[in-house]
Ligand binder design. Structure first.
Ligand code: SF4
Length: 367
């Protein structure tokens, strides 16, 4: 994954961002065509597998427990429901499923074991699996990778300078560490940001600069426009103009020619012409389905109509990397062994208690 070496300073990126819009789009379209098939757009589905009740204070997020929004907290979805949703998403043309859990960090517990099972099951459906679960240790990243995780999403959200105005419950450095842990495990990195949170243009470019400074930039960079939700500290932010999204997409495309640039949240506020310019300027992925975690997204049929009019085609899964091979998870195997032993002991005890002449035996269960 290479960066565009013409734009490795904040000044050069700023100059690029501020170019006359049509010149910027033309340059981005040229770069895009050198590295990607301009007709192909990846359709991803974003599924909230554990909604709300998050202890963090991200100022844009309706899932933070401390804000009075209309998002209710739900526990982790079952593995079977996730498989069903994944099958539906695949049928509707999505080649990637991104599973999001409103956690501060991943904990080594039964819920995480279930996420591992979900990753394995969705990978078995021949879909690219991405997770966004909060902070992640090296070991947890390794387990996800072994289960068949293709990508891990962890957004930097904005520049290091503006970050404290958005979140106070964790540091920019924490985010960089999680990205590094995913990278060390050999997982493809998806990381981007949100514009329209009251940041300056320098912060938008500063976000890109953070990726420029990484040894390897993210394979995938989502660009979101803030969806201002009632009850969050950013509820009153003025919506950005779609021209700003086009500008940000184009700058990202030119700076990171090989990465996938994702036109993510905020599409409901854009018209088809605005989105068309984003695709022209190098956006090569959208989220499909009427919900983006908890916020609205265009209807599936609307997107299909847009694809038809613009002559776009959905990208096939694993076009940008091989399908991961799912390997057994030692922790889950051990748990299953214990559960099996426990079930056998119980069955034995039940049988003994029903046999004539036998007193029920006291059974000490395996812990
Ligand atoms: S963005 Fe993620 S970490 Fe931040 S409050 Fe929302 S769910 Fe929690």
């Amino acid at each position: 994954m290479k960066v565009n070496t013409q734009y490795t300073t904040i000044e050069s990126l700023l100059e690029l961002y501020n170019k006359p819009l049509l010149e910027l789009v033309f340059e981005a379209a040229t770069v895009h065509r050198e590295h990607h098939d301009p007709r192909e757009v990846q359709m991803s589905s974003l599924l909230s597998i554990k909604t709300g009740g998050c202890p963090e204070d991200c100022g844009y997020c309706p899932q933070a427990a401390r804000y009075h929004t209309d998002v209710d907290a739900h526990k982790l979805m079952s593995v079977d429901s996730v498989i069903e949703q994944a099958q539906n998403a695949k049928q509707n043309g999505s080649s990637r499923l991104c599973m999001g859990a409103a956690w501060r960090e991943v904990r080594d517990n039964k819920d995480f074991d279930n996420v591992i099972e979900m990753v394995r099951a969705v990978n078995d459906l021949d879909m690219e699996v991405c997770c966004t679960l909060g902070m992640l240790s090296e070991n947890q990243a390794e387990r996800l990778k072994n289960a068949g995780l293709f990508a891990y999403n962890h957004n930097l959200d904005t520049s290091a300078d503006y970050y404290d105005d958005v979140i106070s419950t964790r540091e920019y450095e924490d985010r960089l560490n999680t990205i590094e842990n995913a990278r060390k495990a050999g997982i493809s990195v998806c990381s981007g940001g949100i514009i329209g949170m009251g940041e300056a243009v320098e912060d938008r470019v500063g976000l890109l600069m953070s990726y420029m400074e990484m040894e390897t930039p993210p394979e995938s960079i989502p660009i979101n426009a803030l969806v201002a939700v009632e009850g969050t500290p950013m509820a009153d932010q003025k919506p950005i103009e779609q021209w700003e999204m086009i500008r940000m997409v184009a700058t990202t495309r030119i700076a990171f020619p090989q990465s996938v640039v994702r036109l993510s949240a905020g599409r409901t506020k854009m018209n088809m012409e605005g989105q068309a310019l984003c695709f022209m300027a190098g956006a090569s992925s959208i989220f499909a389905g009427d919900k983006l975690l908890t916020t609205p997204n265009p209807e599936y049929n609307e997107d299909m109509e847009m694809f038809k009019i613009l002559g776009l085609i959905p990208k096939k899964s694993f076009a940008d990397g091989e399908k991961p091979v799912s390997k057994p998870d030692a922790i889950i195997e051990e748990r299953k062994k214990k559960e099996k032993a426990r079930a056998e002991q119980l069955a034995e005890a039940r049988e003994a208690s029903t046999r004539e002449g036998f007193e029920p035996r006291k059974v000490t269960l395996v812990k």
